[in-house]
Design a protein around this ligand. Structure first.
Ligand SMILES: [Zn+2]
Ligand SMILES: [Zn+2]
Length: 343
């Protein structure tokens, strides 16, 4: 599949990602590992090259980036190794041991990186897929009232599209995202929110499942995989709504739908990053009907069918107190009805 950020071939279907997991970050018999102290500076300004198999232990990749950052004057030779930034593997999944990375399997988030250093890292460090300058904030539209101006990180070099794999009661859900535009949600292997949503669906057997603040779409797609006939995903933040639609396509082989139609271009959606009125941006039809909207969930009732058997999950990023949540649930019941819960 063509990547909507870089236009290259950096997106695979869900089964291609899942099939790679057991071996993608495993060493070959000749791979070596040097464990480095992340809270100390790198002793000699040197790093080992990748193994003949093309993989390299993550600490060595970090040492390589560190030497570039020191040469570029971003870090001093007394800075601790961890000051390089935060590594996010592609794909992201719960791992028992630290990874041996191969080409294009790491997105680096760094608060200190410059454009020149980012270009050098992407060119010279084969494991790095993209470099993002991050800040002390979470990207996206995060507050319920959509009153705060959303912020994003900045992609400086390469491509920051990466996938996370979430284990569920049924098939794993693969969610791609552009990391500079969405909050980090690295899979831990056991995610209580996913388990609780799955349990609600299995218990209530809804005819309609609404993932009202869907982010990259994990919970809504889970609803689809658990066989709910009609699923609605929605988010007010353009990148969340777009990637939710895109991820419908990525996971469509495990849904009872024909082709998935993405109705908007990612770059066009960026012109109106936060929407209030719901706009349909992706849909898939077959034995199941799944629709993705870009808008304020408090106005989503405009497009929801007036039927019984609706289950809604409102997965807020900024969790309110229980009184606030109760009010929100009541408001939703008044507009839409059915069962609703805030995980
Ligand atoms: Zn890409
Ligand atoms: Zn090797």
């Amino acid at each position: 599949m063509k990547c909507p950020v870089c236009g290259e071939d950096c997106v695979e279907s869900a089964h291609e990602i899942i099939n790679q997991l057991p071996s993608i970050f495993a060493p070959c018999p000749k791979c070596s590992a040097r464990t480095l102290d992340k809270s100390a500076p790198l002793k000699e300004q040197s790093f080992r090259e990748p193994c003949a198999c093309g993989k390299r232990y993550i600490d060595e990749t970090f040492a390589h980036i560190y030497t570039i950052f020191v040469e570029e004057g971003i870090l001093s030779s007394s800075s601790p190794l961890k000051d390089v930034g935060y590594p996010l593997t592609h794909p992201g999944f719960a791992m028992a041991t630290a990874p041996y990375l191969k080409k294009d399997t790491l997105v680096l988030l760094s608060p200190v990186v410059s454009s020149t250093a980012a270009e050098r890292v992407v060119t010279e460090v084969p494991e790095i897929k993209g470099v993002v300058k991050c800040g002390r904030f979470v990207p996206g539209a995060l507050d319920v009232d959509l009153a705060k101006e959303p912020q994003t990180y900045e992609l400086l070099a390469g491509c920051d599209v990466r996938a996370d794999v979430f284990y569920t009661q049924t098939h794993p859900v693969v969610t791609y995202k552009q990391q500079s535009r969405l909050h980090i949600e690295f899979p831990r292997g056991y995610d209580p929110k996913i388990v609780s949503v799955g349990a609600h669906i299995k218990h209530l057997l809804p005819r309609i499942f609404v993932d009202a603040c869907c982010g990259a779409g994990t919970l809504g797609i889970l609803g689809g995989m658990l066989g709910v006939p009609r699923v609605f995903l929605n988010d007010a933040w353009y990148a969340a709504a777009f990637w939710a639609g895109f991820n419908l396509k990525v996971n469509s082989e495990f849904l009872l739908v024909g082709s998935v139609h993405i109705l908007k271009e990612y770059q066009d959606m960026e012109n109106q990053p936060v929407r209030k009125e719901p706009e349909l941006i992706a849909e898939a039809h077959g034995d199941q009907h799944i629709e993705v909207y870009h808008g304020d969930f408090r106005r989503l009732s405009q497009v929801l069918p007036r039927e019984r058997g609706i289950l809604t999950v409102i997965d807020l990023f900024e969790k309110g107190n229980s009184e606030f949540n109760k009010k929100l649930e009541q408001e939703w019941r008044g507009q839409v009805g059915g069962d609703v819960f805030i995980p």
